[in-house]
Design a protein around this ligand. Structure first.
Ligand code: C2O
Ligand code: CU
Ligand code: CU
Length: 421
């Protein structure tokens, strides 16, 4: 076995307090898995939790069947399961992550701490100018911890909006500092592993360049003042230390994701996630290439499907009017097809739509695919997003869902069967 992941109840210091969390191998977040295209990853899940769990490898383009990235498995307490992932030789290199995917228990299990990074090497790592600068991974999680150090279950209204913890942590630490050499640069791999919290990530006085989204390298760096990361999404950022030496706050700027009632209030001030701390002086000036990769155009779609996201009465979260049923197949796609999916959000809050196994490109209102690969797209309330998906390989059943994990648990998930002739 290459890797053993044992989710386990642990009491330890995290985010500056002693808390009772669930961590893979007792760690918050779990160990980082390092893989290369062409690898076969063997991962043994040993379930020492008091309830069933499983593993999902978010964003990986691998088989969803059998011992692969199979979201329909449930490993009972006290039992173990051997996953085997065959990573294609042309798999995108970048930032991915793993977490449990047990229907109706995904939000509580992730909220208690269960998640970890998967780094597929190559891609950006092979660009000399980018390889020359230090790289850090930042897993964004949020928790509420009561005075006994326990993570309490949220109320029904909190779950309906999607639980958000009172404290945010990066890599299990409260407001950590990331070091950067003055005149140098830092590559920061962000993973939003929070159940529901959206992050409008910014570093004060520092513009950021986005190099990759959802583990897929962009054609060219995209400069921005801040970057919105919905749950499940990742962004590889490039930050240059061109200011006066000092410490700069890493911020989460306010973002209104909608909702009703007292849990929908939007903070008026940014919150502090951590700090960027200048140290020493860089030996050489970093240089960010103007072009990072090329993305071949997609074929025209053979079919357009519609998905309607809606919020029903008392905790009903629906896709096309139906709540999740693992036994029902909602969408059947022929292997080899390229499809357009139109996702309409008629709810009161934003819903980040995520598809397993198969990545996609956003399509503009005029019908052009944007050369950017994603696995999760934010569909703001009262709006529609269109995506283009090539189903080139990996037949089998899998799922798509809202990545606000409480919404997923309450039914906003459907099944997809990719069938070979
Ligand atoms: Cu990260 Cu089905 O999700
Ligand atoms: Cu996923
Ligand atoms: Cu949702």
């Amino acid at each position: 076995m290459d890797t053993i992941l044992e989710p386990r109840a642990t009491t330890a210091l995290a985010a500056n307090r002693t808390m009772e969390y669930w961590g893979y191998n007792g760690l918050l977040p779990g160990p980082t898995l390092h893989l290369n295209p062409g690898d076969t990853a063997r991962i043994r899940l040993i379930n020492t939790l008091p309830e069933p769990t499983n593993l999902h490898f978010h964003g990986l383009h691998v088989s969803p069947s059998g011992h692969g990235d199979n979201p329909f498995l449930a490993i009972p307490p006290g039992e173990q399961f051997d996953y085997e992932l065959t990573i294609p030789t042309d798999h995108p290199a970048g930032t991915f992550w793993y977490h449990p995917h047990i229907h109706e228990r995904t939000a509580p299990q992730v909220y208690r701490g269960l998640s970890g990074a998967i780094l597929i090497h190559g891609g950006l790592d092979d660009i000399p100018e980018i390889a020359a600068v230090p790289s850090e991974t930042a897993i964004l999680q949020d928790f509420t911890v009561d005075r006994n150090g326990r993570i309490p279950e949220p109320s029904m209204p909190e779950r309906m909006r999607g639980r958000e913890g009172a404290i945010t942590a990066i890599n299990g630490q409260l407001q950590p500092s990331f070091q950067i050499e003055r005149g140098g640069a830092l590559r920061l791999r962000l993973i939003n592993a929070s159940c529901s919290r959206h992050y409008r990530f910014a570093v004060e006085e520092h513009p950021i360049a986005v190099l990759a989204l959802d583990g897929n390298t962009l054609p060219a760096p995209l400069w921005a003042d801040d970057w919105l990361l919905a749950p499940g999404q990742r962004a590889d950022l490039w930050i240059e230390a061109k200011r006066q030496p000092g410490s700069y706050r890493i911020l989460n700027l306010p973002y209104d994701r909608g909702g009703m009632g007292m849990f929908a209030t939007v903070p008026s001030q940014p919150s502090i996630l951590g700090h960027l701390q200048y140290t020493g002086s860089a030996a050489q000036t970093p240089h960010l290439p103007e072009s990072l990769t090329s993305i071949a155009p997609l074929p025209a779609p053979s079919i357009t499907r519609s998905f309607l996201l809606s919020e029903g009465m008392m905790g009903a979260f629906l896709i096309n009017g139906r709540a999740f049923d693992h036994a029902r197949t909602d969408t059947t796609v022929a292997l080899g097809a390229t499809e357009d999916w139109v996702i309409e959000n008629r709810g009161s809050m934003d819903h980040p739509f995520h598809l397993h196994v198969h990545r996609f490109q956003p399509v503009t209102p005029s019908g052009e695919a944007t050369p950017t690969w994603l696995d999760t797209i934010l569909v703001p309330r009262n709006s529609t997003r269109r995506i283009r998906i090539p189903f080139l390989d990996f037949p089998g059943r899998t799922v798509y869902h809202c990545h606000i994990l409480d919404h997923e648990d309450m039914g906003m998930m459907g099944t997809l069967d990719v069938t070979s002739p």
